[in-house]
Write a protein of this length. Structure first.
Length: 561
């Protein structure tokens, strides 16, 4: 599917902010469709001046104010008629961060059939009534779609695929006022379009012009939810089938999946752990995990598929859905372990570290090293214990955008959580220089090797893992070769009521000569996959990649994508 995007701005009486909004967008070199929704004379004059100054701007004027939705739908039809395939809707009042436009375009190019929705990250300028009111709509949207895939149904910062969207608005009467953003995304989800979510900063300028009428628009939205709920009922069998089969949930790269749960729920868990202790809080995990087990077919099917591979490898009976529930429960328990570690509640006597002498020798040698771990067991707990012991030379290289709420809770448990936590989105020259400096100072870098980074651009190698080819990121191996330092494997697994840390030599130095580069990469990654496989076979429910590791991840990051 081709990708030819444009920008779309509906405007109604925002003469004071539209110039700065357009000036922030013109550097991207995209056509800007402005639809004037019957604005006053002063706004029309400002727009006419801008249209003469800005060659990228295409101005359309509606004779009377028909509502935001009317303007957006008019702009979509004009953009499609002009040959564009996608339209990125953005508000005229400066609420949306124009700096995030490349993120929307990048995601849209990778997933051209999807609607890419902004998920607002607010600052203190947001009116509390508007903020809390959104959660009522979030609840009803989750009910109407039987899904949590729509991160925020009210945000107007959104990339639409025009063919599917115009087909919908030509067939169905969509409301044109403040209920437009909600209804159209629900109906597109009903149509089966994939939904992608991107966190984006949203502000409420002090001098901003808002057209939201507290009573009239809330009544409209309430009527809309009533209509959508009853419209959902005849679609219920199809929505349930999608939910059970996971047909619309299993395509995204792991970094693009929505973080499940709410910050309030995590805070309640934190409070229970602090007041009631570990054992009592563990009991609370059962209903919570049961809810997510039933509501997330993607994770449920991914777990079941992985456990079937384990059973086949061990010549054991095939797993049941109860085994997948226990798998998800083990993941929740690992979260409590992390919380307990950062709160200082893990007794060091419960941690077995057979190769501790070799680890201490590495620390005292003054040599930097790369430690490659995995989403196996509880590697985060190891970092917490190291921080507690003031082993400040251990740095964790992480992709934390995917679990911001959970990481905020760990930071609340211990102010040292962010110490030596290196957040990266890709491995570029700037990242390599930073890490090189740390290695030169004799510090250690911990990085996981069983997930492909969000911006790895297809740099994966398929090696055998549990009987089938699986994509492993080349990044950790290439990084270790650039840093020219020893490499170790590092895992922490639960055993009974305690934990065992596995510290294994991997390579004194990673050498990737140009003429043998690909073969050497294959060999190193196969060696890593074999060690990961051995630990997965020993502790099957402690590997926590709840997505299709063997297929979808590779497809999402293939060079063609």
């Amino acid at each position: 599917m081709s990708f030819a995007p444009c920008l779309l701005i509906p405007i109604y009486n925002h003469k004071d902010s539209i110039r700065s909004t357009i000036e922030r967008l013109t550097p991207y070199g995209l056509a800007i469709f402005i639809v004037d929704d019957g604005s006053d004379l002063a706004t029309r004059e400002t727009l006419a001046t801008l249209a003469m100054e800005q060659p990228l701007m295409r101005l359309f004027t509606l004779p009377v104010n028909g509502g935001k939705g009317a303007a957006v739908m008019h702009g979509m039809r004009e953009a499609k008629r002009a040959g564009f395939t996608h339209a990125l809707q953005i508000d005229a009042d400066g609420q949306h961060d124009a700096g995030d436009v490349p993120k929307f375009l990048e995601r849209g190019a990778a997933h051209p059939k999807a609607v890419v929705c902004g998920r607002p990250v607010y600052d203190d300028s947001v009116p509390k009534g508007r903020l809390y009111g959104r959660y009522v709509t979030h609840f009803w949207v989750w009910v109407e779609t039987l899904s949590f895939t729509i991160g925020d149904s009210m945000c107007g910062f959104r990339l639409y695929p025009l063919a599917a969207t115009c087909a919908l608005i030509d067939r169905i009467r969509i409301p044109t006022r403040m209920d437009f953003d909600i209804e159209i995304i629900v109906r597109l989800a009903w149509e089966g379009l994939p939904i992608e979510n991107i966190d984006t900063r949203v502000i409420y300028p002090e001098d901003g012009v808002s057209h939201f009428d507290l009573w009239r628009d809330n009544v409209r939205i309430s009527k809309m939810h009533t209509r959508l709920f009853f419209s959902m009922l005849p679609r219920l069998p199809r929505l349930l089938w999608r939910k059970l089969t996971g047909s619309t949930e299993r395509q995204a790269h792991w970094s693009q999946l929505v973080e499940r749960g709410s910050l309030l729920g995590l805070r309640i868990t934190f409070a229970c752990y602090r007041l009631l202790g570990e054992r009592a809080t563990r009991l609370l995990l059962y209903p919570v995990v049961a809810y997510f087990f039933l509501s997330s077919s993607r994770a449920r099917h991914a777990s079941h598929d992985y456990l079937k591979r384990i059973a086949k490898h061990k010549n054991a009976p095939p797993p049941g859905w109860g085994d997948s529930f226990r798998h998800m429960l083990e993941f929740a328990r690992s979260g409590l372990d992390k919380l307990g570690a950062w709160m200082g509640r893990v007794d060091p006597a419960r941690v077995d570290f057979p190769n501790r002498a070799a680890f201490d020798e590495l620390l005292t040698s003054g040599r930097g090293a790369v430690l490659i771990g995995a989403h196996l067991g509880n590697l985060e707990m190891t970092r917490a214990l190291a921080t507690e012991d003031r082993l400040a030379t251990i740095n964790a290289v992480v992709y934390t955008e995917h679990a911001q709420q959970f990481n905020r809770m760990l930071a609340a448990a211990n102010a040292d959580f962010g110490v030596n936590l290196l957040q990266v989105s890709h491995f570029g020259p700037d990242t390599a220089i930073l890490l090189r400096e740390k290695i030169d100072r004799g510090e250690l870098l911990v990085i996981v090797g069983d997930r492909t980074p969000p911006a790895e651009n297809g740099r994966v190698t398929h090696v055998d893992f549990l009987g089938s080819p699986a994509p492993f990121a080349q990044g950790p191996i290439i990084l270790a070769s650039l840093l020219d330092c020893p490499v170790y494997l590092f895992f922490c697994l639960r055993e009974g009521d305690g934990y065992r840390i596995h510290f294994e030599p991997f390579a004194e130095r990673i050498d990737l000569p140009r003429h043998e580069r690909q073969q050497r990469l294959n060999d190193y990654l196969q060696q890593y996959a074999e060690r990961l496989e051995a630990h997965c076979l020993a502790a099957p429910t402690q590997w926590f990649n709840f997505y299709d590791f063997w297929q979808q991840d590779a497809a999402a990051l293939s060079p063609k994508a």
